[in-house]
Design a protein around this ligand. Sequence first.
Ligand code: CP
Length: 312
Amino acid sequence: MQFERKDILDMESLSAEEITFILDTADQLKEISRRPVKKVPTLRGKTVVLFFYEPSTRTRSSFEIASKRLSADSISISSSSSSMVKGETLLDTARNLEAMNPDVIVIRHYSAGAPHMLARLLKTSIINAGDGMHAHPTQALLDLMTVREKKGSIKGLRIAIMGDISHSRVARSDSIGFIKMGADVVIAGPPTMIPKGIESLGVTVAGNADEAVKGADVIIMLRIQKERQKSFLYPSDREYSKVFGLNPERLKKADKKVLIMHPGPINRGVEISSEVADGPYSIILDQVTNGVSVRMALLFIVAGGVRNVDVD
Ligand code: CP
């Protein structure tokens, strides 16, 4: 399969065949991170700009590591250190960056659609590293990679996604991705955190946490995004933990080989107990490891032009 694409913006615009190609490429590139010298010349001479308007630990550092492992030059810009603080618009900032001829701009922005706007108006490749409450395609792809790696296949799995669904770009992108790859997705959370019409994505809404967890092959826990909530949507952390948190007792209802995932950052003792987060079913750190490989694959696809994978 040939897969060349200028931008990676969301999961809607990727076909199941393209997702499989990205995951296969990431699988091949993963080996580089296990070498004593973790570097190949594949993107030598290419420039990647990391443009983050929201805080990030995992996404930003893994894009930076991914760029370095492929020998691309990368620079990092945050909103507080850019001329945004002097009133420059996003588009003007991006056009000025483009004038320096980078090959890829990786952007995280608090406004839904910001990466899509830049992709329309700039010639430079754009990768969406999370836009508002809309999409986080690179997180969904690393989640798909991690589940496929652990289970062998995604088709037919029961994936439970629990927590603050309405503020979660991960919930949206994961739901779209897992359904495209043939899984059944069930979501659960406080009614105040379930968006109206979410069923249109193809997910089932469970009545409560126990119903969602029952027989689940994979459970993806999400944190409550207090920073995006305009009012209190649940009585207290303690109450939330009791009703929707994942603890060893609730976990017993899942499949015996269940995988526990979380995009991070986790709030221990709120949506997930430490026993579960650090327990034998947790693959939370595997997700982080695979984040580097998926982001290497995406940089390779948009900046390298994939004809065949040559990583020697
Ligand atoms: N999962 C995720 O996007 O984490 P960061 O916000 O730390 O990048």
